[in-house]
Design a protein around this ligand. Structure first.
Ligand SMILES: [Zn+2]
Length: 594
């Protein structure tokens, strides 16, 4: 290459520039591979999906850079050759072409290689015919039992146990007495969207495809690139691109999910489901029953916006995909809790505040990690909203399976942990301790109250499952007011060593029985088996048959099929239909948006 350039009469400076650019790309690529290999060596553990992902991305990235280096070399050579001819006056009209070659070809190549990185490209699963397997008719398998799943983010035995012993959580206590319960092992890292999706798919995140809180999008290729490597200064690059409107970061959507969730399988079985507030459920799927996505929750969406993650839809975009069926919107919207309209007595349940402080609560207009008042307001409004939506559908809508997700507890535990367990920290301000010492406990009592309201009068043909994605523990690096990021505001954190909770009661389930060794990957296969439905061989978890009483366990065996996902595609499943213009006019008249 050097010789060719010399023969073309390139100056030393040009030759140097060429080799420097080439080396930067090439060694960048090698570095990417090196980082990937190191991460792989440190984490060959299946559950560490974050590490597997990093390896995959860095390898692809390194490989992409290497290819790019070669392509760049060819481009540059072409340019040099043409530039030389142009100078000699024989190919003057090629001047423009030479600039296009250099200026246009390289970014195009960059985009092409980024497209190759699109690990989340939705691909439909093969059909039954293509695989030559016939799946059983699920409607004939369903045993007619019903299911309630309450997902309480961050629910932890560390707090649950002492409060139950003190008699402050009668409903949790009753459910434990009537059922089986235990620690639920979690995955690493404990990111809510992947984990809550694992809970209802029975697949690891690298299988189901929901990998993070957000998706990054590049506008020329809006759909293909969802997850890209960070580090290596790439975050800065995305940020810069987004400033020019070329990239975007939004909350993860259901389109990332490549496999069926429980409610899709239930739909196959002819069952009706109600799903409220679940992670990565937008755009809402059209299933038998109702799906209310997390995007409807205005309090939650505004909190995420403050954290730099915006929802893909909003009132301004006509509630596209927020609820299915969409004609339920007028009934549901009045149930949304506006954080600004919470009463003083609502707030005083969770913090001992004086008049002046209560005014400060009222003044906190936005969610902010630095402002504890705003945390109380927004987390509470979020849960009240999801709860009311769920409660309404619980009563008014026919369902065989009911899923409700409440995220608020996790926020409380992140921000008020040091006041619940002050001895785990070097120093805690006594004045703050007086205000917030009971905040987390009060939230558990609040949740217990919701359970009483909702679960009263359920028949004994229904399984009730309470699950959490992880627990909570002290953040050893908590340093308020110093440093930056997470450690500045989160005294409570969750890692894979802070396992979650499960409590299951229902027909045939052992009573007051503590079960060990359950993992959240086991939840979906266990639910399927309890309802008489077959378990997919592509679900790595196991059926927790030891949950059953000896009589119920007799002759109990889960049917197995290769997969539930034949023919499934996130694109085919459901629609993101915009609301009828007449419906929107009605909502506008009611003042929901302008
Ligand atoms: Zn969580």
């Amino acid at each position: 290459m050097d010789r060719i350039m010399t023969s073309l009469g390139c100056s030393r400076a040009l030759r140097f520039l060429f080799w420097a650019a080439w080396a930067a790309l090439w060694f960048g690529g090698l570095y990417g591979c090196f980082v990937g290999a190191r991460v792989l060596a440190a984490n060959v553990h299946l559950e560490s999906y974050g590490a597997k992902l990093a390896v995959m991305l860095y390898f692809t990235f390194g490989f992409g850079c290497g290819l790019l280096a070669l392509a760049g070399a060819v481009c540059l050579l072409f340019w040099l050759a043409v530039a030389r001819k142009v100078e000699s006056g024989r190919f003057r009209r090629w001047r423009m072409a030479s600039w296009i070659a250099l200026g246009g070809f390289i970014p195009l190549l960059l985009l092409a290689s980024l497209t190759a990185l699109g690990v989340n490209r939705p691909r439909p699963q093969p059909s039954e015919e293509a695989l030559g397997v016939a799946l059983p008719n699920l409607a004939q398998r369903w045993n007619g039992r019903k299911l309630v799943v309450l997902g309480l983010d961050g629910l932890s035995w560390k707090l649950l146990r002492p409060l139950m012993e003190e008699g402050r959580l009668p409903q949790f206590k009753r459910l434990c007495d009537q059922g089986a319960f235990g620690v639920l092992e979690t995955l690493s890292p404990t990111l809510s969207p992947p984990i809550w999706t694992t809970m209802v798919t029975g697949k690891y995140p690298e299988q189901h495809g929901v990998l993070d809180f957000t998706e990054r999008t590049f506008f020329p290729l809006p759909y293909f690139i969802r997850v890209l490597p960070t580090g290596l200064g790439l975050n800065r690059l995305y940020l810069t691109l987004s400033r020019f409107g070329l990239a975007d970061r939004s909350l993860v959507t259901r389109r990332a999910r490549r496999t069926k969730a429980l409610w899709n399988i239930f739909d196959d079985a002819g069952m009706h489901s109600v799903v409220v507030g679940w992670w990565a459920s937008w755009p809402a799927e059209t299933i038998r029953g109702v799906v209310v996505t997390d995007h409807v929750n205005v309090a939650r969406m505004s909190a995420y916006r403050e954290l730099g993650m915006k929802a893909t839809s909003s009132p301004a975009t006509s509630f596209v995909g927020d609820v299915a069926p969409i004609d339920l919107l007028p009934e549901l919207l009045p149930l949304l809790q506006d954080p600004q309209l919470l009463s003083a007595s609502d707030i005083l349940r969770f913090a001992r505040l004086n008049e002046k402080e209560l005014r400060a609560v009222a003044d906190a207009a936005h969610y902010s990690r630095d402002n504890r008042y705003s945390i109380i307001k927004f987390e509470l409004a979020t849960d009240l909203t999801n709860y009311r939506l769920g409660r309404k559908l619980f009563e008014d809508s026919p369902w065989d399976a009911f899923f409700l997700y409440l995220p608020g507890l996790d926020g409380f535990q992140h921000h008020f942990y040091q006041f619940r367990f002050p001895s785990e920290f070097k120093s805690v301000d006594p004045d703050e301790l007086r205000k917030y010492g009971e905040s987390i406990n009060a939230y558990y009592v609040f949740l217990d109250g919701l359970l009483v309201e909702m679960l009263e009068g359920l028949d004994d043909n229904t399984y009730v499952l309470i699950v959490s994605d992880h627990g909570i523990e002290a953040n050893p690096d908590y340093s308020p007011g110093e440093g930056r990021g997470y450690n500045q505001y989160a005294s409570g954190i969750h890692t894979e060593t802070a396992p979650g909770v499960f409590i299951l009661s229902g027909p045939g389930v052992r009573r007051n029985h503590e079960l060990r060794g359950a993992s959240l990957i086991d939840i979906t296969p266990s639910i399927l088996a309890l309802l008489g439905l077959p378990v997919g061989d592509d679900m790595p978890g196991r059926v927790l048959s030891e949950l059953l009483s000896p009589e119920a366990a007799e002759g109990f065996a889960a049917e197995r099929i290769p997969t539930h996902d034949l023919g499934y595609s996130p694109e085919i499943s459901g629609s993101a239909a915009a609301a009828d213009p007449r419906l929107l006019d009605r909502l506008r008249a009611l003042g929901y948006f302008d």
